[in-house]
Design a protein around this ligand. Structure first.
Ligand SMILES: Cc1cc2nc3c(=O)[nH]c(=O)nc-3n(C[C@H](O)[C@H](O)[C@H](O)COP(=O)(O)OP(=O)(O)OC[C@H]3O[C@@H](n4cnc5c(N)ncnc54)[C@H](O)[C@@H]3O)c2cc1C
Length: 277
């Protein structure tokens, strides 16, 4: 049943400071960015929240910049902003590749990286990229900012360390050495949530000191880094051995989009394709 917007209210902050004050003083409030995820719940009649904080006008949270060699992406940067950004394309091409796979153009124009991450779906396309890039999530409240490694941000299925009076304001991404890779496997090329999604970083040419990094989505309650598989590859074990270890690291489920068996097999295939390229 479609949810109604009657009896729901929307607060309109004029600045980040204003938004943080409202979150602390007038909460609980649900942040609303591009609204592409929230609207789906409203449409399905499952959106229980009644009071919202509209972040869309806070342009200060939309910038993409390089500061002291760290790529800094504002939480309100849309997927289109990521695709168009020279900084992202040059320093983190796997993020531009992921953004290109999100929904269709309308969703890319409206959906934000902050919303993708805060929504905490294990199928979110940008999540494996941020995991493989060792990104840092910048959370802010009226008390100030705190930085959480992306790989510690999720604590369980759709659970994060974000407090209700905090907003995600940015992501900080140190330089990522080596070659980057992103693949999404879904029902079709556009408007399909992933059955499995992978981001990888590996040595390029003679960069033998670079340790491989592998992150997968849709294979566990949260996005995961396959640390044991990474270690096996760093030790020089064969791809077949690494695939066997990877299968032990994945805990996929059967759901409407795919089966656990399929997800495991495709993850192993993706690993082989990544290492072979
Ligand atoms: C047709 C369709 C296709 C889609 N396809 C894909 C796809 O292929 N891949 C994919 O990954 N996703 C997909 N999505 C999901 C969605 O578009 C993305 O997750 C998008 O990035 C969400 O961003 P948003 O700004 O719209 O989030 P919103 O809907 O505004 O918010 C989502 C959640 O994040 C919270 N939130 C938002 N911003 C912040 C912030 N700065 N700080 C704290 N909390 C915040 C909100 O409170 C809410 O809980 C699709 C959605 C639709 C409707």
């Amino acid at each position: 049943m479609t949810g109604s917007i009657a009896n729901r209210s929307l607060l309109q902050p004029k600045s980040l400071a204003d938004a943080l004050k409202m979150l602390r003083g007038e909460g609980p409030l649900t942040p609303l960015a591009g609204c592409t995820d929230l609207y789906v719940s409203l449409n399905f009649g499952t959106l229980e929240d009644t009071r919202f904080l509209n972040l869309w006008g806070l342009d200060a949270l939309r910038t993409i910049d390089v500061r002291r060699d760290v790529l800094t992406i504002g939480a309100l940067a849309t997927h289109t902003d990521l695709i168009r950004s020279q900084h992202v394309r040059r320093r983190l091409p796997m993020l531009a590749a992921a953004a290109r796979e999100v929904g269709g153009v309308q969703i890319q124009n409206r959906g934000t990286i902050g919303g993708n991450v805060a929504n905490a779906s294990p199928a979110g396309d940008t999540l494996p990229v941020l995991a493989a890039a060792d990104a840092v999530v910048v959370l802010q409240s009226v008390d100030g900012a705190r930085r959480v490694p992306f790989n510690d941000f999720y604590t369980g299925y759709r659970q994060t360390v974000r407090r209700v009076d905090e907003l995600i304001v940015a992501f900080e991404i140190p330089p990522v050495p080596g070659r980057q890779w992103f693949r999404k496997v879904g029902t079709r090329a556009a408007q399909a949530i992933s059955k499995i999604v992978m981001a990888g970083v590996a040595p390029k040419g003679r960069q033998t000191k670079i340790a491989p990094r592998l992150a997968f989505g849709s294979v566990a309650p949260t996005v995961i880094r396959a640390r044991r598989t990474e270690a096996a590859l760093a030790r020089g074990e064969s791809i077949e051995a690494a695939q066997r270890i990877l299968l032990g690291e994945l805990v996929p489920i059967d759901d409407i989009r795919s089966t656990a068996v399929y997800r495991r097999q495709v993850a192993a295939n993706l690993l082989a394709a990544f290492m072979a390229e």
